[in-house]
Design a protein around this ligand. Structure first.
Ligand code: NAD
Length: 283
């Protein structure tokens, strides 16, 4: 079965829109996402536009703050601080990568953890490790929503292999899979016999940034394969999985495009609504 994240995203966003329509009817304050874009990187601009469109479609308010590439760190952090203090703003996202010369770690640290809807502040990353309440990063959260849609909510007895150990994807996905009772192995660029390890997986998550690297030699027949990779090759988007090779033997597989990507934006909207709810409760 090919599982389209794009279809699941439409379904979940429809449910979110109903919630927001009710808020509009009642005249309540609406959730608001503030996106900070620094510089003119075309890929970042297009990501920011798609986030703004997604907010617009379901009725989440959106502020896009576009700052020049030559802004200094102190100025950038001042802007972030102003958004932290703005009572109308529920979620803040700093679009990465930042232009050269700016300190990404410090910028992420400047976001108030209760508005960190990307889940990249150390307080939220720590909350995930320690099983406390916090924002879960959007792409890993999207991967888990896809597994749930495939009927895989409790992963007791299942072997999961995560390819990649980044802070953005691999690490949090591994933790989330473990929370769902999977037995998790993480492999990375220095792992020996990677294909043999991957072949033991009931659930294989590819997040390595290597176009079409994962062939059927990495996949156990009947495995669930989630392709997180987004790689631009000759102007086309390619996943980390060689789809034509793996699809015939996988029980479930996500395509690229229309797979995990749309779920990332969808989970950003979900986190923004979650932030709004917490702010309303704590008013
Ligand atoms: P990254 O470059 O930070 O990390 C890549 C990881 O893969 C590293 O841990 C590295 O050790 C590992 N790796 C590299 N080669 C490997 C190999 N041959 N075998 C096993 N592991 C290997 O990348 P990232 O930010 O984690 O992103 C991974 C991919 O996911 C990229 O293609 C990125 O564009 C994509 N991505 C997609 C979304 C989405 O919304 N779908 C979001 C974030 C990232």
């Amino acid at each position: 079965m090919i599982l389209y994240g794009s279809e699941l995203a439409v379904k979940l966003q429809g449910q979110m829109k109903e919630k927001i329509d009710r808020l509009i009817e009642q005249g309540d304050r609406l959730p608001c996402l503030s996106v900070i874009l620094v510089g003119d990187n075309p890929a970042s601009q297009s990501y920011v536009r798609s986030k703004a469109n997604a907010c617009h479609k379901i009725g989440i308010e959106n502020r896009t703050i576009h700052l020049p590439a030559d802004i200094d760190q102190a100025e950038l952090e001042k802007v972030i601080q102003a958004e932290n203090e703005n009572p109308k703003v529920d979620g803040i996202l700093v679009q990465l990568p930042l232009p050269k010369g700016l300190d990404e770690k410090a910028a992420l640290l400047a976001i108030s953890p209760d508005k960190d809807v990307d889940g990249l502040h150390p307080a939220n990353a720590g909350a995930l490790v320690l099983d406390r309440e916090g924002f879960v990063p959007c792409t890993p959260k999207g991967v888990m929503a896809i597994l749930k849609e495939a009927g895989l909510d409790d992963l007791s007895g299942k072997r999961a292999v995560v390819m990649g150990r980044s802070n953005l994807v691999g690490k949090p996905v591994g933790l989330l899979l473990q929370k769902k009772n999977a037995t998790v192995t993480t492999i990375h660029s220095r792992t020996a016999h990677a294909a043999d390890i991957c072949k033991e997986a009931d659930i294989l998550i590819a997040a390595i940034g290597k176009p079409e690297y994962v062939t059927k030699d990495f996949v156990k027949p009947g495995a669930v394969v989630i392709d997180v990779g987004i790689n631009r090759v000759d102007g086309k988007l390619k996943g980390d999985v060689l789809f034509s090779d793996v699809e015939p033997i996988a029980s479930v597989i996500t395509p690229v495009p229309k797979g995990v990507g749309p779920m990332t934006v969808c989970m950003l909207l979900e986190n923004t609504i979650e932030a709004w709810k917490k702010h309303e409760e704590n008013k």
